[in-house]
Design a protein around this ligand. Structure first.
Ligand SMILES: C[S@@+](CC[C@H](N)C(=O)[O-])C[C@H]1O[C@@H](n2cnc3c(N)ncnc32)[C@H](O)[C@@H]1O
Length: 235
């Protein structure tokens, strides 16, 4: 009797994601912004690399933000740095709508949004050595030990991020969960090609405005940690 070859166990499991898709409140204003502006400022997910000059219609440094949430910080940073182009990656539809609303209200031309899993976007859409910076501000903390594997900053992802940074590019990570901060420090310090700009953590750089989730953490009495690493230039 013919028996089907068993599928290797790894193929039975969906990939571990760093998010759970919540519906949340999608306000009529966010919905309108989403419908009207996603075709203009959204970049559809695709399995091949983008050409940043083509995307933005100019050659400028490109910074990717992973998990832009409601987009208020993204918009503030982009408005303060018109000479830099920003790509926000976020899976949460109301958050994407909110960012699009900010783009419209602040008349920003230097922001694009990709609504898809950041791990796949970084792997497949972002060309190697093409980024001036990467922002990961207050990623989902997954505080329970059995959920730590869902935290986005894992050694493999850190290595992927390092490879997407241009020489001299930076990675800025911030969290209000001390054990995630310690884990991120250990992971980034062990990532080939990255060098710590501080002696461990750094004071909040003035380039990072306070974020929505940061305020939530501060209200809970959490301390905030920033990490700044740079992609070393190879001689
Ligand atoms: C805790 S919130 C922080 C939002 C914002 N950075 C802030 O500080 O206010 C984390 C965000 O990351 C998004 N996120 C988590 N994993 C993601 C992934 N793999 N790809 C894209 N977005 C992700 C979540 O949907 C959520 O909006």
């Amino acid at each position: 009797m013919h028996r089907a070859t068993p599928t290797p166990p790894a193929m039975n499991h969906p990939p571990i994601r760093s998010y759970v898709l919540r519906q949340g409140r999608f306000s009529p204003a966010q919905q309108r912004a989403y419908d009207a502006l996603m075709p203009r400022f959204g970049l559809p997910y695709r399995g091949g690399p983008l050409d940043w000059a083509e995307v933005f219609g100019r050659r400028a440094p490109v910074v990717v933000e992973i998990g832009s949430g409601m987009g208020d910080t993204t918009a503030e940073i982009a408005a303060a740095n018109p000479g830099t182009d920003y790509v926000a990656i976020e899976v949460h539809t109301p958050g994407v709508g909110s960012l699009l609303k900010w783009i419209e209200e602040r008349a920003l031309t230097n922001v694009r949004v990709i609504q898809h899993d950041a791990v796949e976007v970084l792997r497949n859409m972002v060309p190697p050595a093409s980024l001036a910076g990467i922002h990961i501000f207050f990623p989902d903390p997954w505080p329970k030990k059995r959920h730590h594997k869902r935290r986005i900053l894992q050694p493999d992802f850190a290595a992927l991020l390092a490879g997407r940074l241009a020489p001299g590019g930076y990675l800025h990570f911030a969290t209000d969960w001390q054990d995630y901060a310690d884990q991120a420090l250990a992971v980034l310090a062990a990532t080939k090609g990255l060098a710590n700009c501080g002696d461990g953590f750094v004071p909040r750089p003035s380039t990072r405005p306070e974020t929505r989730f940061e305020r939530r953490g501060l209200n809970l009495g959490h301390a905030v940690s920033d990490l700044l690493f740079i992609h070393e230039r190879t001689p």
